[in-house]
Design a protein around this ligand. Structure first.
Ligand SMILES: Nc1ncnc2c1ncn2[C@@H]1O[C@H](COP(=O)(O)OP(=O)(O)OP(=O)(O)O)[C@@H](O)[C@H]1O
Length: 824
């Protein structure tokens, strides 16, 4: 058996709690004490034939997912990963309600963090981090095992038990690896994504007495320390397979930071900024700056990040995957701290940012189905290429300026075959808690240590079935405008209701519902999760089959693509249209250190020929693009997580808002005396100059979908599910082609109307300015994914019918926005 086993155990004594934490605690008190009926499940691998026929782990067919109450044996603590959805408001700072003077910052996807550690095994890197050139994208199992074993031998002083004062609701994690070595290898875990420092940066406890000689902790802003990679920064090429070897490994060889210097997104282990080509300023890219997490060792950091890069790059040839181009070294500048980063295709928004908008409710079902299908196509591409994503959620779906949905964040993705490069080999099952709880299936949630499930319930699971389930929850979320449950486990009353409704539906209404190829209608509007599907029982079939709590009977991606309803969904993107795949950036020069005189010299890239005449760009090109980016940045606000919205859909605690406006800017001062430059490293004098973290004023938590004093501020999740979504695209469009709510708002104040119109116009103008910009057309010109359109050149204008980005946001803080939210 090849599996990944990680464990964690909760620990009491949390000093501060966010509103979401408190709500979750309340939920936790309502645990259902149900008896369990669980069959033994053999662990190990899943035969390919079974995998593709929709069966996953064998004898779970009739098991109940309600476990008996029990305690988690100490041997089964789980290495938890938490969702950005669950835990954070990206780019936001939360106030903790007064128990501390620290401004708190909510970061994304802390669920992922501990798991990231467990996945820091890059099969392309030998134990000593020396380059291992294999020439293939994936390594054989033996090598994977070898790496895992080697990691077990690594001294784990970074894993010594400690608790960080910086974290709210700390938990202690044990990894099974370290337990086996009889080491207490606790990690501090921040499940709710709140810390008191700058976004996306990992922190460690101030007083470390674990013998760690890593000098990469820097005191700033009182008692907060920022983790930095020790010098010298490693050469990315040493961690990549030969076919991915890069000519240039330094960011500044070929890119410049956008002068706006804004963080456009952040996650549990990264922050994302805009960079530009040094040669064509209008070519903009995303720089995902990777941060060390918690007590991660530099070695594990390099392995984890290079693994993510290899997977992301391996998948970078599809319309529905964000392209990842380069793994680069970054020097400390006023923009960022030294380390590694990915140069990636720039997304315009992520799906979370669209769904959280009040106007999302009015987006026609046909457009939501289009988005769903695009996501599914991205997932299928991953699976077809041997990768399970394992962290699908709206935050990890980016939408380009053309309205194309693309998957990103392969931080906890993995090759799912026992032999990664042998697609005939069985599926490698997993163990341990990973993913984001609202989107993580119940068989994985059994490993969530905080829920204290009986060990018997923790069976090896199929990583692909995680993605199937997440697709189902995504579809529910798209249609209902809110996540259906906070956690897919029976500690969540909403999930319990869903599970009970599922069983009831199958038992009394549709006995063959789960039978393969039966395509029975799904639950109707008498089921709350189905209401907003407007009696489209084929659509509810797909959502319910994908979100089947039982992995045995859950839809597979193949079944989804065979589903007649799914096949008929019209999308505005041809999955074979390579013009929608961003070409790689120019990489023309590479800096190298002249060992004789110590000076930096540049090598030119012969393979990258170019004509300077074609490079010219007008100032106005640059300016307009710059302005466009700048204005977009303003919208990269993640005010509330979906979980927070689910908990208090229209309620905004006023005190949080005012406190957030008073957040301090942090200044990071590096201690230059701690480092000596390594002569082998060209840019490893990644200047230890002092830097400012640059106006890290936290963004407001105030959600665009929230109103602090709106009439319906106590509106419940159930009430939200009751609201109707416009039934069809046609019915909701006026003569301009825009969905009705975008054009006529008679009940809104004039100022509000004007601001909405101009916002909408701006989007339209920006889109039509682009070479690949969407043109508004009639619905008849939709591209269906069943057909094939001719390959287009990168400059050909693509016909798009759905303007996925044109989702108006309610005006925050205005009570009058409330009527705008409620559908008519
Ligand atoms: N290429 C990109 N273009 C634009 N925005 C991006 C891009 N990549 C990421 N983002 C934004 O940054 C956020 C964080 O990115 P990402 O999920 O990759 O980080 P992460 O640290 O891996 O997160 P996690 O905590 O889930 O592991 C995304 O949700 C998105 O809003």
């Amino acid at each position: 058996m090849v599996s990944e086993a990680t464990n964690s155990k909760p620990k009491d004594g949390t000093p501060q709690r966010s509103p979401s934490v408190n709500a979750l605690k309340l939920l936790g008190k309502k645990i259902l004490h149900a008896s369990s009926h669980v069959e033994n499940v053999p662990s190990g691998v899943i035969e390919n034939s079974r995998l593709h026929s929709g069966n996953s782990i064998s004898p779970l067919r009739h098991r109940k997912t309600s476990p008996s109450q029990g305690t988690v044996p100490s041997s089964l603590a789980v290495n938890r990963n938490r969702s950005p959805s669950l835990t954070h408001s990206k780019n936001n700072t939360l106030s903790n309600g007064g128990s501390t003077s620290h401004p708190l910052h909510a970061i994304k996807s802390n669920s992922s963090i501990a798991n990231l550690l467990a996945h820091a095994n890059n099969p392309f890197v030998a134990e000593s981090s020396q380059k291992q050139r294999g020439g293939i994208a994936v390594a054989p199992t033996s090598k994977l095992n070898k790496d895992k074993n080697s990691e077990r031998k690594i001294k784990t002083h970074h894993m010594e038990p400690h608790r960080s004062k910086s974290f709210v609701n700390n938990k202690i994690l044990n990894t099974e690896d370290f337990r086996k070595n009889d080491e207490r290898s606790h990690l501090v875990y921040n499940p709710y994504g709140i810390n008191n420092s700058r976004p996306g940066t990992a922190f460690a406890e101030e007083n470390r007495n674990d013998g760690d000689n890593d000098l990469s902790f820097y005191l700033h802003d009182g008692n907060v320390k920022i983790r930095m990679l020790p010098l010298p920064i490693q050469n990315p090429n040493d961690f990549l397979p030969e076919r991915m070897t890069q000519f240039s490994i330094h960011l500044t060889d070929n890119f410049v930071f956008d002068s706006n210097n804004k963080t456009i997104g952040s996650g549990g282990s990264s922050e994302v900024r805009i960079v530009r080509s040094a040669y064509r300023q209008n070519r903009v890219y995303a720089l995902k700056k990777l941060n060390m997490i918690y007590d991660e060792t530099p070695d594990k950091f390099y392995k984890r990040c290079s693994k993510e890069f290899i997977i992301a790059k391996h998948l970078s040839h599809n319309v529905h995957i964000i392209s990842t181009y380069l793994l680069v070294k970054i020097a400390t500048t006023t923009y960022t701290t030294r380390g590694w980063g990915f140069i990636m295709e720039l997304g315009h928004k992520d799906l979370f940012q669209l769904i959280e908008r009040s106007g999302w409710r009015q987006v026609p079902l046909s457009e939501k189905y289009c988005i769903f299908k695009q996501i599914a196509q991205g997932v299928k591409y991953c699976h077809d290429n041997g990768i399970a994503h394992r962290d699908l959620k709206p935050e990890n779906v980016l939408i380009t300026k053309d309205g194309i949905c693309k998957l990103t964040d392969f931080g906890i993705s993995d090759w799912y075959h026992v032999e990664p490069d042998n697609f005939e080999s069985p599926v490698k099952t997993c163990q341990g808690m990973i993913g984001s709880p609202p989107f993580t299936p119940p068989e994985v949630m059994y490993f969530d240590a905080k829920n204290h499930y009986d060990e018997k319930l923790q069976k090896p699971y199929n990583p692909l079935a995680m993605d199937y389930y997440a697709l189902g929850i995504l579809l529910f979320t798209l249609i209902n405008n809110i996540i259906p449950f906070i956690e897919s486990c029976n500690h969540d009353p909403r999930f319990r209701d869903f599970e009970a409704a599922y069983e009831k539906f199958v038992k009394y209404s549709s006995k063959n519902f789960r039978v393969k190829n039966s395509y029975k209608p799904g639950p109707g509007s008498e089921y709350s999760l189905s209401k907003n599907f407007k009696s489209d029982l084929n659509a509810t079939r797909v959502a319910w089959r994908l979100a089947d709590p039982n992995p045995e009977t859950r839809y597979t991606i193949e079944e989804l693509f065979n589903d007649p309803w799914f096949q008929k969904i019209e999308t505005c993107v041809d999955p074979d249209d390579e013009s929608c795949i961003m070409p790689p950036p120019d990489v023309r020069k590479a800096s190298v250190l002249n060992s004789s005189n110590g000076e930096i010299e540049y090598k030119m890239n012969d393979a990258n020929t170019y004509n300077m005449d074609n490079e010219s760009e007008t100032n106005s090109d640059v300016l307009s693009n710059h302005l466009s980016i700048g204005s977009d940045n303003a919208q990269y606000t993640k005010p509330r997580s979906m979980v927070e919205i689910a908990e208090a859909p229209l309620k905004l605690p006023e005190q949080l808002q005012s406190k957030r406006e008073n957040k301090a800017s942090f200044t990071l001062n590096e201690d230059t005396s701690k480092h000596t430059l390594d002569s082998l490293s060209v840019h490893d004098d990644y200047s230890d100059a002092s830097e400012s973290s640059g106006g890290s004023k936290r963004q407001s938590l105030a959600s665009s979908s929230s109103s602090s004093n709106g009439k319906n501020q106590e509106e419940s999740v159930d009430a939200i599910l009751e609201h109707s979504t416009p039934p069809t695209a046609d019915q909701s469009r006026n003569e301009t082609g825009l969905p009705e709510p975008y054009a006529v708002q008679p009940h809104l104040p004039t100022a509000l109307l004007n601001s909405k119109k101009s916002a909408s116009n701006n989007v339209t103008e920006r889109m039509t300015d682009l070479s690949l910009a969407a043109k508004k057309t009639s619905g008849s010109s939709m591209i269906t994914t069943g057909g094939h359109t001719p390959r287009s050149s990168p400059l050909r204008k693509r016909t798009v019918v759905h303007h996925h980005l044109e989702v108006p946001s309610s005006v925050v803080h205005m009570p009058s926005s409330q009527p705008f939210i409620v559908s008519r």
